[in-house]
Design a protein around this ligand. Structure first.
Ligand SMILES: Nc1ncnc2c1ncn2[C@@H]1O[C@H](COP(=O)(O)OP(=O)(O)O)[C@@H](O)[C@H]1O
Ligand SMILES: [Mg+2]
Length: 233
């Protein structure tokens, strides 16, 4: 690939996506630099999850391109995208409820051949204390932490997180925001968030989505801290 893409870990250009005949995304473009925390904000129904599902290979675009680390991933399937090191944590926070934390991690390790649990649990020390607890007995925050830890097995270059703090208590959200900053030192994060203070806290870049379009982009730290993106929601 051309050298111009070298700092851009993710490059999405002019995506059009539909469900059956109904157009949901219109000419969506976004860039994320390696090492950033990028946040996508927007109201329910704006198309945020549809965008992530398309990047992750679960949906096909009708038009537009997606490059990850300079590779054209626009027509790859989800497992192929994951193998290249782009992971997607879905909005539903699903973990296997009959399996323990340890067994859920084991599944991630079989898939990636990465057994370095110490590395991925370093962000969430509280999971070490409940390693034998079943997924069905975890709190929402613990489930989210387990999903993030699992996503980091295999050392992905980028993780897409779909509303990771939805429904969580404020102190858990604070823990997660610290974790996001630490994780981003090694793995680029793109996060869908409805929590605007958290967005201001963690984001290096913010994209605002409305009615299937990107309506604004913010990179200026002061503008982000002043929640200027709020006007576009
Ligand atoms: N599987 C689907 N089939 C048809 N329409 C869908 C489907 N999933 C989502 N939509 C529609 O696509 C639009 C965007 O949804 P979504 O991407 O989930 O938005 P967001 O994540 O921003 O809340 C909504 O109007 C929603 O009703
Ligand atoms: Mg959504």
């Amino acid at each position: 690939m051309a050298d111009t893409t070298i700092d851009k870990i993710l490059e999405v250009k002019d995506l059009d996506v539909s469900y059956q005949k109904l157009r949901i995304l219109f000419q969506v473009s976004l860039d994320v630099d390696a090492g950033e925390v990028a946040v996508v904000v927007g109201r329910n129904g704006a198309g945020k999850t549809t965008l992530f599902r398309t990047i992750a290979g679960f949906l096909n675009q009708e038009a537009g391109t997606i490059h990850f680390n300079g590779n054209d991933i626009g027509r790859l399937r989800a497992f192929e995208v994951a193998q290249l090191g782009l992971k997607y944590i879905q909005q539903d926070k699903h973990v296997f409820s009959d399996l323990t934390v340890r067994e859920n991690l084991e599944l991630g390790s079989y898939a990636t051949k990465d057994y370095d649990w110490d590395r991925v649990l370093e962000y969430f020390p509280q999971l070490k204390n409940i390693i034998d607890r079943k997924g069905g007995h975890l709190s929402g925050g613990e489930r989210q932490m387990l999903l993030i830890a699992m996503s980091l097995l295999g050392n992905p270059g980028l993780v897409l997180m779909d509303e990771p703090t939805e429904g969580l208590a404020p102190h858990v959200i604070t823990d997660l925001s610290h974790a996001f900053k630490k994780i981003s030192e090694k793995t680029t994060l793109v996060i869908i968030e409805q929590n605007l203070p958290l967005t201001a806290e963690v984001a290096d870049r913010v994209y605002a989505m409305k009615e299937g379009k990107i309506v604004a982009e913010f990179k200026d730290q002061q503008a982000i801290e002043n929640l200027e993106f709020e006007a576009y929601l």
